[in-house]
Structure formats: C-alpha cells, structure tokens
Design a protein around this ligand. Structure first.
Ligand code: SF4
Length: 57
C-alpha cells in the first residue's frame, strides 16, 4: 500500500523546533527518523517526492 501524505500537519516526518516546522526528509541534520514511526508515508504530494526510509538493523 502506498501511503500518500498531502499536508505537513498530518505527516510523521514533521518536527517542531520552537515555532519552526521542519521537514525531516528535507533536513538531513534532523535525522535519524525514529523507529516507532511505523505508519510512514511513501509519497509526499507537497514535495512531489517518493520517500524511502531504510532501516539498518
Ligand atoms: S515529507 Fe512532505 S508532508 Fe512530510 S513534513 Fe516533509 S514536506 Fe511536509
């Protein structure tokens, strides 16, 4: 199943730093992405990009 995200507010990759909203996908220093985020989108409609998250366990 391809989970498409259309709003940053619904996206598990959105991080809040004070008043700033940061996209983890677009901001490499904000990584790694936390393991408990199981329902990960595979396509960001806003960025028009596929999101591939690799788990190196
Ligand atoms: S991946 Fe897309 S929807 Fe999610 S925070 Fe980044 S820009 Fe917003």
């Amino acid at each position: 199943m391809v989970l498409v995200i259309t709003k940053c507010l619904e996206c598990p990759f959105l991080r809040r730093e004070g008043n700033e909203r940061l996209c983890v996908i677009a901001t490499p220093p904000m990584r790694p992405i936390l393991a408990e985020e199981n329902d990960r989108p595979m396509w960001c409609k806003l960025r028009k990009e596929q999101i591939i998250v690799r788990d190196f366990k």
